[in-house]
Design a protein around this ligand. Sequence first.
Ligand SMILES: O=C(O)CCC(=O)C(=O)O
Length: 303
Amino acid sequence: MLSAILVKQCKISKSATIFDLNKVFFHMNTKEHIAAIGDQGYTIIEGLLSEDEVSRIRLALEPYLQGDLMGRNDFEGFQSERVYALLAKHPDLALIVEHPSVLDIVDQLLEPDYLLYANLAINCHPGETNQDFHRDNTGGNTCNPTDIHGISTIWNFDDFTETNGATELIPQSHKWLDEYPTEDDPRTIKVIMPQGSVLIFTGSLYHRGGANNSNRPRLAITPQYCQPWLRQLETMVLSVPPEKARALSSRVQALLGYSVRAPGFMGFVDGVHPKRLIDPDYEGRHARGVPTFRGVRNSQGYK
Ligand SMILES: O=C(O)CCC(=O)C(=O)O
């Protein structure tokens, strides 16, 4: 039923589509959001963050948005600031990574013990051009893109408008096997949403950052999640080392990789659960000692 509504509304003119779709998304429950991701490749939860939460997150990011972390290539965007390793920068930035409304959805789309694949801020400045269409996560060139390897989210800390570089996507492109979008693909829609909203999409949906033709930057953060057996884009246990990870919640620690993939041992450190490096009292996965890496003998630091 819901899919029928979505598909029907997708046929309305471009701006009307966006507006009407958001109205539909606003009333959806978790099950319906999951159905929309399956059918269309994406869903939107509008206005999830309060103004205070938006301000708190903007404040935490402010020291890193001073114009000195501009993109190094056209994909990162020469006119966009990109800030990585966010959870090593301020604990408040964890709020969106473990937001229950999003994790309720991701929990049902990825396998248990899934990981945080990437988590970066993108501040797209005036003059930024369209990014190339891409998929975030296909698990490699040979995998079937319709398998789910990851779920991406984009939270906006400014309203996304027609002109300021709102994310653009092609509905249903997560189902494409041998089809590629063109630069001006007519099926493209802009994700217009008020600040504090979140776009959630499967990693195989074609999307891109839009061109910012306004006179103000547009700030977004994109936490992305992947299957527990896939290599993370950001090596999270180095990006957020034990002394920083200790301050975060158990759920976020596990998402970073202070976890093992049950029932096996994938993720162990020196034969024990990695969480014992940040919590020696943790007794999971047949605890035995805490890795100290003592016993160093030779000049290279190895036994
Ligand atoms: O900034 C955006 O809206 C999207 C960016 C993106 O898709 C990416 O960098 O992978």
